[in-house]
Each structure stands twice: as C-alpha cells, then as structure tokens.
Design a protein around this ligand. Structure first.
Ligand code: TRP
Length: 375
C-alpha cells in the first residue's frame, strides 16, 4: 500500500449532464487520420503457439517487429510488447515514482468515491476490469460492493502472471468471487456479458488512462465496441490522465532516475532476448516529447549513431541514421469535457466525473444509453 500523502484529496465535479448535440471545442483534434499502426492497447492480441515472456505469441511478436521496423519514414514498435516480466516490474516501479503521479491519483479517486460509484450501479451487479493491473484499484470498489451483496469480479488480461497476481491480491475481500479471464479486452468482455444472469448489471472498469495509449479516433471506436458488448444501464468507469503543465508531463515520462528510460529500452532488450536481435542498448537513448497538436506525450528510442541492427528471428536487418527514432508509445492527455463528449459519441452518458487536486486526473462514470449507435 502506498501511504496517502498528507493533504491529498479528491473532489467531485458537479455531475455532468448529457448535453445532446454539444461538441467539444477541441473536436477538430479527432479529425486527423489515425496515425500508423499504433492502435492496439495491451491485451489486444493473442495467438496460439509458442509464447514469449509476456504471454504473446513469438510468431506474432516477430511479425510486428518486422513490420514496425521495416516502415519507411518513422519506424515504430507496438507498445503491447512493453509488458514482459521485466517490463511489468519496471512499470510497477514507474507507478511509485514521485514524477509519475498518474497511478496514485487514479487509486486515490477510486478509493475516495468507491461507495458512490457502487451506489450508482443498481443491484445485482458484476464487475469486469479491462486489464488486471496490480489489483489495488478495484479493491475499494469490490469492498464496497461486497458489503452490499455477494458479487463476482472478472479481471480480463492476456497475461497469466498478471491475472494470478490480481487474484492473489484480491482474494480476501469478503463476499467477492474472482474469475480471471485470459483474453483480449473485448473478447473477455463479451464472454463476461454472455455469463450475466437476468437483471444483472455490469460495471466495467477501464482505469490507468490506458485509453490514452490509443490514437484518439481508435480510442473512441474502442469505447463504442465496449458499448456494443453492454446493455443500456450498464456502467463504465473510465480513468483518463488530464492535461497539465508541459514540464510536469515530460518529467512523468522521463524521470531523473531513469526508470522510464529502462522501461522503454527494455523493448529492445526483449527483442534481443526473444528474437535474437543485436541491439546495443548503449547506442540508444529514451526520449519523451510533447506533441502540441495531438495533445500527447510521445515516447521514442533515439539512435545515438549510425548503426545497423540484425534480428534473425524476425528476418530483418535495419539501418538507422544518427538521431533517427523508433516510436514506441503515445499517451494522450484529456480535458474532462473531451472525455464526456467522446463517451457520448460512443453511446454513453457521462453521469459524474471526479478529479484529484494533487495530480490532474479524471474518473468518469459513464452509463450505456439506448440505442447502441454502432448497430
Ligand atoms: N499507460 C501508461 C501511460 O501512458 C504507460 C507508460 C507510462 C509508458 N510510462 C511510460 C509507456 C513510458 C512508455 C514509456 O502513462
């Protein structure tokens, strides 16, 4: 448990009503074409054969590495491969860095408003979480729900280790049964929905601002797909990191101790370990950049010199110029209004939002409305 910093608190904004037809001022931001292939969040893929460290198929890993590094122009690597065993441990360390307030803010808000969140979902309810994380954030919601009624919690994750950890962390909450779903997010959610009993509501948790790792149009489309798996009256609790002063955002993704740099560089180390690559990690540097137009932090790996890298098991050899980068991740930042309008277009009504005073972050409570606009 992270000790609660003195004076940390979170406050509720007035419940935000559904405002039909209202478009965000920033709506033109959604108009740009979806950039390249950075469309899959963690948990998006799975395969059938040999598995690498994070539970993803080696063949798929090789194909993705080959495709991303063979791109003309900006080369890239898919961010879902960050989370092998080393990467997951490094991300845990990131989440306790003073510069990276995101995870703690998310947990503080969920904790402070757990009773209210649960009271907004009529009984009986089941809980599904997209990504199982460390299990710390759902604890407060499940504790509150378990006091109201016996309940089932379905964490959905493609990592067996993450699921096992989450089940262990949450195993002692009274009246809550945990059923781990080893699936990509949407498949898992559909499976959970198919198990619902008559009259049961589903509360979906999508925390940690993972939606920010999708391109904006893809994130909105993803919310629409979540909506399609639900029935009117079901709920989605969506965590989003908010825009804040640029130096603060940059420090969050480029900490002075170098944990974030290690996390990013581990992607190259993983390619070496699993695909036989010969990346020399001392010739690469981590960089975080704020893109003013897209309102996002971009993570890159910068080649420190002219070099050629061979990756036998992906069947590629790539030459890099000095200062050429491999683009590894985007982290979009939001305003509360943007979240509400995005949710509205995806078929949800934003019923409440809560924020944190110490680290701007928003938790939005969304209700699936009828009709489902994607049908
Ligand atoms: N989802 C996290 C975020 O966008 C992931 C993350 C944190 C990350 N730090 C990073 C990804 C550094 C790549 C590099 O905040």
């Amino acid at each position: 448990m992270i000790p609660e910093p003195a004076g940390a608190s979170s406050h509720a904004w007035a419940a935000i009503a559904y405002r039909p037809g209202q478009r965000s001022r920033d709506n033109d931001r959604f108009g740009y074409p979806s950039c390249m292939g950075k469309q899959e969040a963690r948990g998006a893929g799975s395969g059938g054969e040999a598995r690498g460290g994070g539970g993803v198929s080696l063949r798929e890993f090789a194909a993705d590495v080959r495709a991303g590094l063979s791109k003309q122009g900006q080369r890239e690597l898919p961010s879902k491969y960050f989370y092998d065993e080393v990467g997951s441990a490094l991300f845990e360390a990131i989440s306790v860095l003073p510069e990276y307030g995101l995870t703690r803010a998310d947990e503080r808000i969920v904790r402070a408003h757990a009773d209210e969140i649960v009271s907004r979902v009529p009984s009986p309810a089941i809980v599904a979480e997209l990504g199982s994380g460390s299990g710390r954030k759902p604890r407060w919601i499940l504790g509150s729900l378990g006091r109201r009624e016996p309940a089932v919690y379905y964490p959905i994750d493609i990592s067996p280790a993450a699921l096992a950890r989450c089940e262990w962390e949450l195993s002692r909450i009274p009246s809550v049964r945990i059923i781990g779903m080893l699936n990509p997010y949407l498949e898992g959610l559909k499976e959970v929905a198919s198990r619902r009993k008559d009259g049961q509501r589903i509360l979906v948790l999508f925390l940690g601002s993972t939606i920010g790792n999708f391109d904006r149009p893809v994130g909105e489309q993803f919310l629409g797909q979540v909506r399609s798996a639900l029935l009117p009256g079901d709920a989605l609790l969506l965590g989003t990191d908010l825009e804040k002063p640029i130096p603060q955002m940059l420090a969050a993704y480029d900490d002075p101790v170098g944990v974030t740099a290690a996390f990013n560089l581990n992607l190259l180390a993983r390619i070496n370990r699993e695909l036989g690559g010969d990346f020399d990690l001392r010739c690469w540097r981590h960089a975080a950049r704020w893109d003013e137009r897209q309102r996002r932090i971009e993570m890159h790996l910068v080649s420190q010199q002219r070099q050629t890298v061979r990756i036998p098991r992906a069947g590629v050899e790539v030459s890099f110029r000095q200062d050429e980068t491999i683009w590894t991740e985007n982290s979009h930042k939001y305003t509360p209004d943007l979240v509400a309008s995005m949710a509205q277009r995806a078929g949800f009504r934003c019923e409440a939002q809560w924020s944190d005073e110490e680290w701007p972050f928003a938790e939005s409570f969304l209700i699936a409305i009828s009709p489902d606009p994607s049908r």
